[in-house]
Design a protein around this ligand. Structure first.
Ligand SMILES: [Zn+2]
Length: 278
């Protein structure tokens, strides 16, 4: 069944939640666009601009890291200062009321936690934290940001062009010569510091996948919000729900990879659908 009317979608969603025990929620970039965080992909799942940073490139190339950190000086603050929107707030409320259980998110912006949700699985990590690739030390990204600014004073007042395009992970599409950019290393061991996110080309840690799968198995179904499910790391949960005979609800304006598996498709705007009657 497909619903394209927002009010009807909103009523049907709440009705479904009341008929079942707590369902698991999987969120993607579409839930955060109303918080000013752009999506990587358009409604059809195609890249909006050049593909984002690849894990191998980041680890292998010092020049790629210089470019990444120089661009992040402009891109990351937008992520850091983003506020949850009504969709994040509604999910936090529903969680407190016991209507939904675990929130699995493909986003790395931390907005579910900022909205007051507990029991969130950050499938692809947290862009506001750093991890040392050598010793595993985890530190706040704000610290890295401030070290970058201090080491590269000539970059601090460099304003991005008006068309600069911020990425969901804090990267920004800014071109230029970054060969003199000094990239800070781990203060404990001198290793390479990386945002604590799963980049394209890297795998989600197995224990994180297993805890998400267990949460879904022990719940009454899956609601996917704002994801085209193009990436397998998200699609597998839709498939798991379908195979277990659980209800699978998709709330997304565009098409998704799991459209043919869904028991209910809501093709309506996310914030309006979730925020109705808030
Ligand atoms: Zn280290």
């Amino acid at each position: 069944m497909v619903i394209e009317d927002t009010l009807q979608a909103s009523e049907r969603l709440v009705q479904t939640l009341r008929q079942h025990g707590p369902m698991t929620v999987l969120t993607g970039a579409g839930i955060s666009t109303d918080s000013g965080i752009p999506a990587y992909r358009d409604d059809t799942g195609a890249w909006k601009s050049s593909p984002p940073m690849q894990h191998q490139e980041f680890m292998r190339s010092a020049a790629a890291r210089q470019r990444y950190w120089a661009r992040s000086l402009h891109g990351w603050p937008r992520l850091f200062y983003a506020k949850p929107n009504i969709a994040h707030q509604t999910l936090a409320n529903w969680q407190h009321q016991g209507l939904i259980g675990t929130i699995i998110t493909q986003n790395v912006d931390g907005l579910h936690q900022r909205a007051g949700s507990g029991n969130v699985i950050d499938l692809h990590g947290d862009a506001n934290m750093m991890v040392c690739m050598q010793c595993g030390d985890k530190t706040p990204r704000l610290e890295m940001h401030q070290r970058c600014l201090a080491l590269n004073p000539n970059y601090s007042d460099h304003t991005p062009p008006p068309n600069s395009d911020t990425r969901p992970d804090g990267d920004a599409a800014l071109e230029g010569d970054f060969s003199d950019f000094e990239v800070p290393a781990c203060t404990r061991c001198g290793g390479i510091l990386k945002p604590d996110v799963v980049y394209f080309g890297d795998n989600v840690p197995r224990e994180r996948v297993e805890s998400a799968q267990a949460a879904l198995r022990n719940s009454d179904g899956l609601i996917v919000i704002g994801s085209s499910l193009i990436v397998f790391s998200g699609y597998r949960f839709a498939r798991q729900a379908h195979q277990a005979g659980q209800p699978l609800i998709l709330l997304n304006l565009g098409t998704t990879r799991a459209d043919d598996l869904a028991t209910l498709r809501l093709r309506t705007p996310i914030a309006q659908t979730l925020g109705y009657g808030f």
